[in-house]
Ligand binder design. Sequence first.
Ligand code: 7TS
Length: 405
Amino acid sequence: MSFDVEAVRRQFPVLAQRPYGKRLAFLDSGATSQKPQSVIDAVTRFYDRDNSNVHRGVYDLAERATAAFEGARKKIARFIGAEPREVIFTRGTTEGVNLVAQSWGRASVGPGDEILVTGMEHHSNIVPWQLLAAEKGAKLVVVPVDDRGEVHLADFERLIGPRTRIVAVTQVSNVLGTVNPIREITRLAHARGVPVLVDGAQAVPHEKVDVRDLDADFYVFSGHKMFGPTGIGVLYGKAKILEAMPPWQGGGDMILSVSFEGTKFNTIPYKFEAGTPDAAGAVGLGAAVDWLEGLDREGARAHERDLLDHATRRLQELPGLRIIGTAPGKAPVISFVMEGVHPHDVGTILDHEGVAVRAGHHCAQPLMERFGVPATVRASMALYNTREDVDQLVQGLHRVREMFP
Ligand code: 7TS
């Protein structure tokens, strides 16, 4: 098996379109990835052939829907090295963090307690903790980010104290591309009896993740960033911890029996899946896992590394361009600013050149403040990108310079 980017690209119908008559260089996979035909087909097939509500019907169709939904859970569990009952379907990363903050957090965090986050977290791994802290009289403590965009284990060692109740950290920064040393962080935290939630949103599309090996207590990610559908994501939690947690939302399917005197809750994972789930989304995510597992992932990684090296080299040729986030071993994400041009103007001009990038604060305003910029332009790459996409970006940036000399 070898990695053939042109064969991969042919599986993504979106990539064939020509905005403004130009070739599309899609460099915003950090926001959401495109979907291969097999994922699109799996969702359509579910609605064509298997659709009915899950865990409810006794008829053939309902059993097929349930089998497809639970089959997806098994695939995803295997993909991340978990047991199926440790895989809870959510709407995405955001919902996963909120679930943990509201269920585990409300039961485990009290006045004066501390929640440790890093300075490079996405808002979805900050705000749910702030809501919890405000309710409980706890506070957030922040691990600083250095000039290259890295965090240091010594700071974790210094900041995990007797009041720390949880460490919430991203595996890969959506702005900087920094890959954090999760294994070392969980080791440090666990030595002090502190659990760790890992935001894997930007990690799963790029690297093989094994939650047991990382020893994460919670691991959250979104389907739509890993070639799956929108509206579906996963919260992994260690079974022992999930079992001890109170339910989050109440409703159908999360109960064993209900009476007005009291309710007996279902076992995990169902205890945390109130209401009709996005079964088609789960099936689509299962198809995304199949698709990823059918690839030469080592080859894909090498391809992504080549793209990052090529992009870094070429962007450095441009005068007045500053790359933000220069940690070694980055994921294929490059944020930058151009002297004298607002990132939004850069984004708009690039759009007319067929280049899709994101310009803004990337839901990481504290990190923008850390680097003293209001916003950046971000090119985030996936395994279907090519050097041609990068060269089109660079050509577009020359055009920006012509317009803003
Ligand atoms: N965590 C990280 C590291 C992210 O990059 C994102 C989304 C989220 C959490 C939230 O994921 P959601 O699926 O629940 O929305 N990041 C981005 C981005 O970089 N551009 O658009 C969304």
